[in-house]
Write a protein that binds this ligand. Structure first.
Ligand code: SAJ
Length: 414
C-alpha cells in the first residue's frame, strides 16, 4: 500500500478546508490552494473564512504545527485533491470551468506516481475528462485511460458526502466511494483515504462513483418533493400535513421526509440537474421533483400575499434565513429568496429574524434595517412566516403566537 506524505488540496471551501485540516491532523504535510487571497491569508493566520463547528480549532492546530499551509498556487505533492465548485449554468447545464482551471493549475507540478482525486460532485464522465485534459497538458506522462498497465499518473473520483454542520465527524466516519479510471487508480486512491477515514472505502469505476453521488442527492430531492407535494395537496384538502406524515410514518416501511419552503443548499438543488442533463429522455421523475421543489417558494409567497390582504399595512416577520436549521449558511436559501421577494412586493413591513448571524451580508442589504430579535418580531408582526426550524423557533409556545397569523412552512407547531 502506498503511503502519502504530502497532499495538495485545491479549493478551500466547505469541503476542501475541512479535508485539508483533517489530513494535516493525521501528520501529513498539506498545501491548501485557493484563488481567494482572503481565504489564503485567513487560513495562514490559523483562522477560518467559513462557519463549521470545531473547524476553527482544527485549522488553528494544523497551521500552528506547520502541517497546513495555504497558497494561491499549487506546488509538488504526492496527491492532489480537487474540491472546487461545480455549479450549473443558466440553462441548467453543468459548469466544469472550475475543475478545468484546477486541473490546469496542478498540471505543471505533476510527476510520475502522483495521484489526482476529484472530490467535487460532478456529472458522469468528468473524471475521464480530467484524465484526457491531463494527457494534453502533460504529453510526457502516461495517463490511465491511455495505457492502464503503464500509467504514470492515477486519477480517481471520491465524492464528498458530508453534511454541513457535521462535516468533521462525517469526513472521518462516512463510508467513501472510490472510483478509479482503472481498478489500480481506485486502489491507489484508497490507500490515501485509509490514512484518514474510519468508514469503509468501497472501490468502483469513476463513472459509477460519479453517479452514486448524484443518485444520493437526487434520492433526497425526490423524497422532499414528495413531501412538498403532499403539503400542497393537504392545503387543498384541509388536512394537517404534519399530522398526516406522522401517522403515515408509523407504517414500518414508510418514511416520508419533511415539507419545507423549498430546497436550498449547494448540492441537492443542483446535482439532480446533472443527471437530467446526461439522460434527459429518461430522467423524468428527477426533473419533476426539481420542478416541484423549485415551485414551493412561490407557493409559500402566494400564501403570505393572501394572508397579508387582510391587513391595511401588514407587518410580516420572516423567521429564519438559513437554508436549513441551526446553521448560518444563507447561500441558495429558499428562505432568503422568499424574504427578498416579499420585500420587493412591497405588501407591508418585513422584519427578519436570523439568530445565527450578527449582520446581514451585503447582498441582502435591502433587508438590513429590519434584522430584529425574535421577541421584537413577535411583538410587532401580524404575520409570522416560519421559514427555518431553528431551535430558537422550536422553543416558541403556541400561547406566544396566539394572536398572530402563523404560516409555518416547517411544521414546528405540528
Ligand atoms: N429539506 C427539506 N425536507 C427534509 C430534508 C431537507 O425541505 O426533510 C431541505 C433543507 O431544509 C435544505 C435542503 O433540503 O434546504 C437540503 O438540506 P439537507 O440537510 O437535506 O442536505 P445538505 O444540502 O445540507 O447536504 C446534502 C447531503 N446529502 C444527502 O443527505 C443525501 C450531504 O450528505 C451531501 O454531502 C451534501 O448534500 C453535498 O455536499 O452534496
Amino acid at each position: 500500500m502506498k503511503t502519502f506524505n504530502k497532499v495538495c488540496v485545491v479549493g478551500l471551501g466547505y469541503i476542501g478546508l475541512p479535508t485539508a485540516a483533517v489530513i494535516a491532523s493525521r501528520g501529513m504535510e498539506v498545501l491548501g490552494v485557493d484563488v481567494s487571497t482572503y481565504a489564503v491569508e485567513t487560513i495562514n493566520q490559523g483562522k477560518i473564512h467559513i462557519v463549521e463547528p470545531d473547524l476553527d480549532m482544527l485549522v488553528q492546530a494544523a497551521v500552528m504545527t506547520g502541517k497546513l499551509k495555504a497558497a494561491t498556487v499549487p506546488d509538488t505533492a504526492d496527491a492532489f485533491i480537487l474540491a472546487v465548485p461545480t455549479p450549473f449554468k443558466e440553462d441548467k447545464k453543468p459548469d466544469l470551468s472550475f475543475i478545468e482551471a484546477a486541473v490546469k493549475s496542478i498540471a505543471p507540478f505533476l510527476k510520475a506516481g502522483d495521484l489526482i482525486i476529484l472530490e467535487s460532485t460532478s456529472p458522469v464522465g468528468t473524471t475521464e475528462k480530467i484524465s484526457r485534459w491531463l494527457a494534453e497538458l502533460r504529453t510526457d506522462l502516461v495517463l490511465p485511460h491511455q495505457d492502464p498497465d503503464n500509467a504514470q499518473l492515477y486519477v480517481a473520483h471520491c465524492p464528498e458526502r458530508v453534511l454541513p454542520g457535521r462535516i468533521l465527524q462525517e469526513l472521518v466516519s462516512n463510508d467513501r466511494i472510490i472510483g478509479g479510471i482503472t481498478p489500480r487508480c481506485a486502489e491507489i486512491a484508497t490507500s490515501l483515504y485509509l490514512q484518514f477515514v474510519r468508514g469503509e472505502c468501497l472501490q468502483t469505476s469513476s463513472r459509477t462513483a460519479e453517479m452514486t453521488k448524484l443518485t444520493e442527492n437526487s434520492f433526497r430531492d425526490v423524497n422532499i418533493a414528495f413531501a412538498n407535494e403532499l403539503s400542497m395537496i393537504c392545503d387543498t384538502l384541509k388536512i394537517n400535513v404534519w399530522e398526516l406524515i406522522k401517522l403515515a410514518n408509523r407504517h414500518p416501511r414508510v418514511n416520508i421526509l419533511s415539507p419545507g419552503p423549498g430546497v436550498g443548499g449547494h448540492c441537492i438543488a443542483v446535482d439532480p440537474w446533472f443527471i437530467v442533463d446526461s439522460a434527459p429522455e429518461q430522467a423524468n421523475m428527477i426533473r419533476l421533483a426539481r420542478e416541484i421543489n423549485d415551485y414551493k417558494p412561490h407557493y409559500v409567497m402566494d400564501k403570505v400575499i393572501k394572508a397579508a390582504d387582510e391587513f391595511k399595512r401588514p407587518v410580516i416577520a420572516c423567521l429564519g434565513l438559513a437554508f436549513k436549521a441551526d446553521i448560518d449558511d444563507l447561500r441558495e436559501s429558499p428562505a432568503v429568496n422568499i424574504t427578498l421577494a416579499l420585500k420587493q412586493q412591497n405588501i407591508g413591513e418585513i422584519l427578519v429574524v436570523e439568530p445565527n448571524i450578527k449582520a446581514l451580508p451585503a447582498s441582502l442589504s435591502e433587508l438590513k434595517p429590519n434584522l430584529v430579535s425574535l421577541p421584537e418580531a413577535i411583538e410587532k408582526a401580524n404575520i409570522l412566516l416560519i421559514l427555518v426550524d431553528h431551535k430558537q423557533f422550536k422553543a416558541l409556545s403556541l400561547a406566544e403566537v396566539a394572536r398572530k397569523i402563523v404560516i409555518d412552512t416547517r411544521g414546528i407547531f405540528g
